[in-house]
Ligand binder design. Structure first.
Ligand code: 5GP
Ligand code: MG
Length: 179
């Protein structure tokens, strides 16, 4: 089992940045109401919970699901999305929130699928963006932190559903073969 390594973003940095993002989003959505925040499960749940409580604009909250990393692996396999849990967003201004932008495939697919539900607009926000990994052209409207190309866990992000509870973002240390 890999272990938790170097902390890339600590609790204080996260809190400060979430405050900034909530303020920026609050101004941006002043003229974009009614607002619905859609959290991409499972990785964004802590980020969204913190962000929503600081957002000074009334909003609905819903969830969509996306999974690309399945089980005990750090390699992407087939991308699965599920919008069946999302509330009706027709005519509403959607803020789609994911934990991390890696290749961009997840966010691009979700934006396309949500657009088909005829919202008034779609804005995207990710807590983390990995440098040099994007293969699908999509620029998130809001980014919390740019990070190096490492597999990270904590603050909602998992390895095989472990480590989501960590209050900081850390790199996952792969066990190197003994001796
Ligand atoms: P993308 O579709 O952009 O390649 O991947 C986005 C999804 O892959 C994220 O929503 C996240 O679930 C997962 N992912 C990508 N990189 C990491 C990482 O470093 N750590 C974790 N825990 N998940 C990641
Ligand atoms: Mg995810």
């Amino acid at each position: 089992m890999p272990t938790v390594g170097r902390i890339l973003v600590d609790e204080v940095q996260i809190k400060r940045r979430v405050d900034e993002l909530a303020a920026e989003l609050g101004s941006a959505f002043q003229s974009r109401q009614p607002m619905t925040v859609l959290a991409v499960l499972t990785g964004s749940f802590i980020f969204v919970a913190d962000l929503c409580r600081r957002l000074q604009i009334p909003h609905r909250i819903g969830v969509v699901r996306a999974s690309s990393y399945r089980g005990a692996t750090v390699d992407p396999s087939d991308l699965h999305t599920d919008l069946s849990l999302a509330p009706d967003v027709r005519g509403r201004h959607v803020l789609l929130v994911d934990d991390i932008l890696d290749t961009g495939a997840t966010l691009a697919r979700l934006v396309r699928e949500i657009a088909a539900l005829q919202p008034a607009s779609i804005t995207t926000a990710v807590l983390l963006r990995k440098i040099g990994r994007q293969t699908v052209p999509i620029e998130p409207d809001y980014v919390g932190f740019d990070i190096p190309d490492l597999f990270v866990v904590g603050y909602g992000l998992d390895y095989n559903d472990d480590y989501r509870h960590l209050p900081y973002i850390a790199a996952l240390e792969q066990e190197t073969a003994a001796t």
